[in-house]
Each structure stands twice: as structure tokens, then as C-alpha cells.
Design a protein around this ligand. Structure first.
Ligand code: NAI
Length: 332
């Protein structure tokens, strides 16, 4: 029974993986610790380790894993920007991921953020609970007829674009690959400059790569339509947070919804309500009434968790069997 050490394991991981494992029969060892240089010894030479978005899968970590006998790094997520893929290849470690577990989950959360932020539901919720029934400051806009720029129309972005199309938005898509179904709906593929200039809402649904890091920087903020909403459910480093804060302060950006944050690794997935927040940039973001933040929960549906566990365990089996490894991530 091959052992898998599951790092950064939360209760919902334990439930989802234990259920799926009834069909796979791996020996699962759940660890609270995040994988990083200081914790890599906890892998204990298990043939496979399972990691999530903020585990540190750097060259030194991979070297320690390989030296102890680990052969497979199984990401229980789609993105793999936290893995040094070249080092993994050099060390003969196979990296697998879950390319698509429920693109609907992330797309629907993206839409939820847009709808909630536009109609100031986060403010209304608190006001009503506090006996404040005033409506000042809660004015939204009709989404019908508005222009939305969807950056990245892969599995998730294509669903975001379709949902917005159903709301009768004019959808501008930015992606080197053009989705025929979206074209058939009348979605227009444009370059990023036009999307920034014309969109009332910009949503980022592309992966984090060297090319997309700080895609929304100070220059991009300047080129956005004044007062536009910025939504990021992709990866935190797609935006330069300081530039976004400057944009909010000047009114150039009208509102911001984030499910991801560049420095989230030291913040998210943990109850820190008793701690003093020492990230001043994040603290500043929290002061804006027109900023809505969720802590990387776009993936968090029952269907997605079940699919993540099922695919991850099947991925590990395929690698350790030496049969035909599936969902392998290749460098470059
Ligand atoms: P995908 O690989 O199906 O689609 C990504 C699309 O982005 C592709 O069509 C690609 O051509 C496009 N793209 C790449 N570079 C681009 C650029 N410079 N400009 C415009 N488009 C570009 O990936 P999927 O499944 O749609 O996921 C997208 C991202 O969403 C993931 O990489 C991950 O970072 C993020 N994600 C976030 C989650 C969350 O819980 N917040 C959960 C799952 C994924």
C-alpha cells in the first residue's frame, strides 16, 4: 500500500481524500504542516507527497525529497507555479496536478464576487445586521450591457465568459487561443490594451507565468477604464498589489474583488483572528469599502473537492505503478 504524505491538510481535505481513498487503497498520512525547507523531513521518504497551492516546492525541497526516496509530487490543484519543474525533472521526480476538477466552482465564485461587489452585498450584510437600513453607498450598476474583459478563456475563463454573456454583458476576451464556442456567442477576442481601455470589469482567469506576473501593474492600471472593477481569482501575483492600491486611492480603479493575493502564503488557509496582521499592504487593502476579498476559496465546493481527491489519488497510482502516468506537468 504506497504511502502518500499529504501536506497542508485541512479538515475538508481529510474528508474528501479519505472518501476517495476507499476506491484507491493508498496509505494516507495527513500533515498540518506546509511543505517547505524546514518541514521537508516530514515527507519521510514516502513514495509520494501531496501538496497544495502555497506549499514551497523549490529546488532544495525537491532535492531533499528525492534524496529520501520520494518519486512523485502530487499537486491537489490546477496551478503549479509553486513548483521548480526543471529541478523536479533533473531529480527524476514526477509532478502531477489536477488540470480540471470543477472549473464551474471557480467560475461561479468569480461571478459571485462580481455580483456581490457590484451591489455592495458585503456592506449591506453588515449594515442590516447592525440595524442600519440606509442605502447610501450601496448603488450598483446594471450588469446587462456592460463590457467585461475576461483575461484567459481556458477551462475557467470560458465559463466565466459564458455566464457573463448570459447576463447580457458584452464580453471581450484576451487569450492567444480563441474558443470557438465563445466566438459563436459573439464574444470578441481583443488584445489586453483594448480590454483594459474598454472594460467596465476586468477578470483575470489566466495562469501565473513569467509573462503574466504583474500583468496588472501601474501602467496597466493607468490604461484601465476609469472606475472599472478588477477581479482576480487566478493567482495573486497577476496583479501588483501596490499599484492596485494606488489605483483605488486615486479612483482610477472603482472596486476590486480578490480571491488570491501575492503574499497569501503567509496568510491564507489559517485562522489568524487572534494575531496582529503584520502585512501592511494587505491591511491597507482591507480598509477599502470597495474591496471584497475571499481567502482562496473559489475552488471550495463539494464537487470540486471530491474530484480533486479522486484525480490526485489516480494520478499517484499511475506514477507509482510505472504504467502510464497521467496529468504529468512538464517543465517549460
Ligand atoms: P487553463 O489552462 O484551462 O486556461 C488558462 C488560459 O489562460 C489558457 O487558455 C491560456 O491560453 C490563457 N493564457 C495564458 N497566458 C495568457 C496571457 N498572457 N493572456 C491571456 N490569456 C493567457 O486553466 P484554468 O483551469 O482555466 O485555470 C486558470 C487559472 O486559474 C489557473 O492557472 C490557476 O492559477 C487559477 N485557479 C484558481 C483557483 C482558485 O481557487 N482561486 C482554482 C483553480 C485555478
Amino acid at each position: 500500500m504506497p504511502e502518500i504524505r499529504v501536506f497542508s491538510a485541512k479538515n475538508y481535505d481529510r474528508v474528501g481524500f479519505s472518501e476517495a481513498n476507499e476506491r484507491h487503497g493508498h496509505d494516507l498520512v495527513f500533515l498540518d504542516a506546509r511543505l517547505e525547507p524546514a518541514t521537508v523531513e516530514l515527507a519521510g521518504g514516502a513514495p509520494a507527497v501531496c501538496v497544495f497551492v502555497n506549499d514551497v516546492v523549490s529546488a532544495p525541497v525537491l532535492e531533499a525529497l528525492a534524496a529520501a526516496g520520494t518519486r512523485c509530487v502530487a499537486l491537489r490543484c490546477a496551478g503549479y507555479n509553486n513548483v521548480d519543474l526543471a529541478a523536479a525533472e533533473r531529480l527524476g521526480l514526477t509532478v502531477v496536478h489536477v488540470p480540471a476538477y470543477s472549473p464551474n466552482a471557480v467560475a461561479e465564485h468569480t461571478l459571485a464576487l462580481i455580483l456581490a461587489l457590484n451591489r455592495r452585498i458585503h456592506r449591506a450584510y453588515n449594515r442590516v445586521r447592525d440595524g442600519n437600513f440606509a442605502l447610501d453607498g450601496l448603488v450598483g450598476v446594471d450588469l446587462a450591457g456592460k463590457t467585461v474583459g475576461v483575461v484567459g478563456t481556458g477551462r475557467i475563463g470560458a465559463i466565466v465568459a459564458r455566464l457573463l454573456w448570459h447576463l447580457r454583458c458584452h464580453v471581450l476576451a484576451v487569450d492567444p487561443y480563441h474558443d470557438q464556442h465563445l466566438l459563436d456567442l459573439g464574444v470578441e477576442y481583443v488584445d489586453i490594451d483594448r480590454a483594459l481601455a474598454e472594460s467596465d470589469i476586468i477578470t483575470l482567469n489566466c495562469p501565473l507565468t513569467p509573462e503574466t506576473r504583474h500583468l496588472i501593474d501601474a501602467d496597466a492600471v493607468r490604461r484601465m477604464r476609469r472606475g472599472a472593477m478588477l477581479v482576480n481569482t487566478g493567482r495573486g501575483a497577476l496583479v501588483d498589489t501596490s499599484a492596485v492600491i494606488d489605483g483605488l486611492k486615486s479612483g482610477q480603479i472603482g472596486s476590486v474583488a480578490l480571491d488570491v493575493y501575492e503574499e497569501e502564503a503567509d496568510l491564507f488557509f489559517v485562522d489568524r483572528s487572534d494575531e496582529i496582521l503584520d502585512d501592511d499592504v494587505f491591511a491597507r487593502l482591507l480598509t477599502f469599502h470597495n474591496v471584497l476579498i475571499t481567502a482562496h476559496q473559489a475552488f471550495l465546493t463539494r464537487e470540486a473537492l471530491a474530484a480533486i481527491a479522486e484525480t490526485t489519488l489516480a494520478n499517484v497510482t499511475s506514477v507509482l505503478d510505472g504504467s502510464d502516468p497521467v496529468n504529468v506537468v512538464q517543465p517549460g
